[in-house]
Design a protein around this ligand. Structure first.
Ligand code: CUA
Length: 229
């Protein structure tokens, strides 16, 4: 989860988020190399007087400074496209979760099971437990099994919201009249926090998302007790 002064990405909880972090680091290395090279060349030109009154063209250097950036861009574009297609892949989900954005809370439906649906509201600061996370904890968490392929169907009832969990590498807009989908696999247990990521009105900041990743057995226990109620 996000912590004070944390500038990087959150620790991944899914293989795809791990790949996203690798791609981010790769792009940053390329960026630093380009910035260093261009910075060096600019400062060199600034502190020297390389003047040639008879220079009109330099075919060789022009080919180099045209083709080289194109090659560098390909080395960013190809991994980016690979990730894009990996993220869109939905491989035989075992559990489907439907989430609907409302002003201003999320509601969840486990349509694989009977009568499992509930609303998930943020816990207001004055009702927060001693160990609670302000503006982040909710009254009903979204419990999901780990090491299981999960599909989330996302829609909205009123205005556009966005269902986002950074540690899982998922974000999709919740749009009225449209059903979006994301898919992920959680490779460790834990609580993964997210926030609505589409400006949706006065309480946009106060409709967080908490995914509770548990073992398959714990999930089945939870879902059967939820079904009874
Ligand atoms: Cu819902 Cu922003």
């Amino acid at each position: 989860m996000p912590t004070w002064g944390h500038l990087g990405l959150q620790d991944s909880a899914s293989p795809l988020m791990e790949q996203l972090i690798f791609f981010h680091d790769h792009a940053m290395v390329v960026l630093i190399l380009i910035t260093t090279l261009v910075g060096y060349m600019m400062s060199t030109l600034f502190f020297n007087t390389f003047t040639n009154r008879f220079l009109l063209e330099g075919q060789t250097i022009e080919i180099v400074w045209t083709v080289l950036p194109a090659l560098i861009l390909i080395f960013i574009a190809l991994p980016s496209l690979r990730l894009l297609y990996l993220l869109d892949e939905v491989n035989n989900p075992s559990v489907t979760l439907k989430t609907i954005g409302h002003q201003w809370y999320w509601s969840y439906e486990y349509s694989d099971f009977l009568q499992v649906e509930f609303d998930s509201y943020m816990i207001p600061t004055n009702e927060l437990a001693e160990d609670g996370f302000r503006l982040l904890d909710v009254d009903n968490r979204t419990v999901l099994p780990m090491n299981t392929q999960i599909r989330v169907l996302i829609s909205a009832a009123d205005v556009i919201h966005s269902w986002t969990v950074p540690a899982l590498g998922v974000k999709a807009d919740a749009i009225p009249g449209r059903l979006n989908q994301v898919s992920f696999l959680m490779n460790r247990p834990g609580l993964f926090y997210g926030q609505c990521s589409e400006i949706c009105g006065a309480n946009h900041s106060f409709m967080p998302i908490v995914v509770e990743s548990v073992s398959v057995n714990s999930f089945l226990n939870w879902i059967s007790s939820a079904s009874d109620a």
